[in-house]
Ligand binder design. Structure first.
Ligand code: 3PG
Length: 213
């Protein structure tokens, strides 16, 4: 996939085995971090809207790292989705699902991975046309047994489990037929950012991009 073409949620999920969940407090970290992740083979980058600097970080990555595809995480409202897209986000990830967020992303043409943790939430997202979903918080909400159980009634859904996924358990999640990728914060540790240890982030990305699925 060329990174400048229109994306689908499935392409976001299929590009690499892991979507990094990123928390940035300093705009100066955004570009070298994104370059390190891309060098390690990860280009779909979920920058969470959890810090005042998040939108500026997305802008910097979108402007200066064309090999990366920056997305917004922690999208909880239509306004979040709109602000993220204005900042250069090309996909959105939400921790839960509301029709308002689902409709807003459809109107914006912004691919969304909606967060779900129950069958009712899956059905609500599917009613609005979403079949690629984030399972959040994956480990805490039932983990692998839950994904296996959902494979029956929701066999047409692909999941990105996020929350409690680690380098140690990622392979078990990725082995499931209804898991397209996983999400996790371990690729961008806070101390590596603080130390400017881009080589460590690149190494973590390289290890993650080699996971089998
Ligand atoms: C989050 O909410 O920060 C993400 O789900 C990542 O969770 P993790 O830190 O367990 O990877």
């Amino acid at each position: 996939m060329a990174v400048n073409e229109t994306l689908s949620a499935l392409q976001v999920m299929q590009d690499a085995p892991v979507i990094p969940v990123i928390v940035l407090h300093d705009v100066a970290h955004a570009v070298p971090m994104a370059r390190a992740l891309v060098a390690g083979g990860i280009r779909m980058l979920e920058v969470t809207l959890r810090t005042p600097q998040a939108l500026a970080c997305m802008e910097a990555i979108a402007r200066e790292v064309p090999e990366a595809v920056v997305g917004a995480g922690t999208v909880r409202s239509a306004a979040d989705a709109q602000a993220a897209q204005m900042a250069g986000a090309r996909f959105a990830v939400s921790p839960g699902y509301t029709h308002a967020v689902g409709r807003a992303c459809q109107e914006l043409g912004l691919p969304l991975l909606p967060g779900v943790a129950t069958g009712s939430e899956i059905m609500a997202a599917q009613e609005d046309g979403y079949t690629e979903l984030k399972f959040f918080p994956a480990l805490q909400a039932g983990g692998i047994p839950m994904l296996k159980a959902w494979g029956g009634p929701f066999g047409d859904v692909k999941f990105c489990p996020t929350g409690g996924v680690t380098p140690q358990n990622a392979a078990d999640f990725l082995a499931l037929p209804n898991v397209a990728c996983v999400g996790g914060s371990w690729l961008v540790p806070a101390d590596a950012l603080a130390q400017g240890d881009w080589a460590r982030i690149e190494a973590l990305a390289r290890e993650a991009s080699a996971f089998k699925r």
